[in-house]
Structure formats: C-alpha cells, structure tokens
Ligand binder design. Sequence first.
Ligand SMILES: *Cc1c(COP(=O)(O)O)cnc(C)c1O
Length: 228
Amino acid sequence: MTAATSALPEQFDVIRQALPPTVTLVAVTKFLPVETIRAAYERGIRHFGESRVQEAIAKQADLADLPDITWHLIGHLQTNKARKAVEHFDWIHSVDSLKLAERLDQAAQELGKTPQCCLQVKLVPDPPKYGIDVAELEAALPQFDQLAHLKICGLMTIPPQDVIADTVQGLFTEAKSLADAINQKGLSRLHIDQLSMGMSGDYQVAIACGATMVRLGTVLFGPRPQSP
Ligand SMILES: *Cc1c(COP(=O)(O)O)cnc(C)c1O
C-alpha cells in the first residue's frame, strides 16, 4: 500500500461499493488536501466536487498530471466568477438564478465550452440557503431554455438542516416530480435527466427517491477541517 492510499479511511471503499452502479459518486473534497484527491483517484474516483472556485483552481494546478478528472462546482457561485467557473469546471450544480445562468452562458460562448448545469432548487423556504424557488423556476424556464451554451440537464437540491427524515424524503420526491413536470413542458433544449441530491446524512434516502448523483464528503473521507 502506498502512503497515498492508506490516507483514506477504511469506510471509503465500503460506502462506494454499496452505491448502485447507476449513481454517479461526486467525491466532495472541499478543504481537503490534494493528497486526499490523489488517493481517491488511485482508487478509481474520477468525479470530484469543490465548493469554491479559487480553492479548486489551486488544486487543479497541482493535479494537472491527472487528466481525466471531471470537476464539479457544488457551492454558491457569484456572478463575477462565472467565467472562471466555466474555465475550470465541467459541471456546475449550483446555478441558483437566471442572472447567473446568463453570465455562465455568455462565458461559455466566449470560451467555446458547454458546461453541464444543474438548477439549484429550493423546495421549502430556507433563508440561509441559496436556490431558486419552484414558482420562480417555472416562470423562468423559457429563458433558461434559450441559453444555447449551457447544457442544463439537472436539478440540485439540499434539504434544510433541521428537517425530520420524513420531510427529507418528501422533498427529494418533490424534486423528482418537478423534474418530470419540467420534462413534460416540451422545451427545446432543457431536459432534466440528472438529480443531484444526497449528502453524507441523507444520500440513501435520496437514491431511493431517484438521485442520479450524490455529493459525498464526510462519509467517505471522515470529518473535514472547517476551512482550507
Ligand atoms: C460540503 C457539501 C457536500 C458534502 O457534504 P457531506 O455532508 O460532507 O457529505 C455536498 N454538497 C454540497 C453542496 C456541499 O457544500
């Protein structure tokens, strides 16, 4: 065993191997060192999620010798960082306003890229959290649908922290229904075939409700530092 592989906690492979093969595991490595990313890469992980653009850029520079990583931005993105996000990420899970989507689309056009995007939806009021509420999202669908340089193919949602398990299940089910409803509107580009939902505390429920991507940090890597 190399030093790098032994750096991962024992539960790493157990958790991973228990996931259905159809679900994409996005290993969340925010605040974790590049050695951890390398160790996970050596075990076969190719999808990594980071919550901050600058932190990810620094790590990507260190990991430039690993060419086939798919990078996912999962944290809130300020519009003034839209261009950097498009440059450095394949997926953006946290598209939480039409304005941000328009900035991303413009950057994507300029850079000749087509990032895959999830619309982050807030299914219940949750003041500290970002996300588009359902009514607002439905009203803006025609505008989202016009953004030719984004591949908007997912919904992302995070339940509020303090809700009970039944509510979490209800919210994930609602996300699935919302995706189905959007797909029935006959939009030209926008088609939702990914549900990015489920973190360490609730990913099994999310998968049972139809999640296609889970974003796992703690359960794979153990507790993380509060900041890099
Ligand atoms: C940090 C984070 C995760 C991972 O959280 P864990 O509870 O450690 O699995 C998933 N999604 C988002 C948006 C995050 O910010």
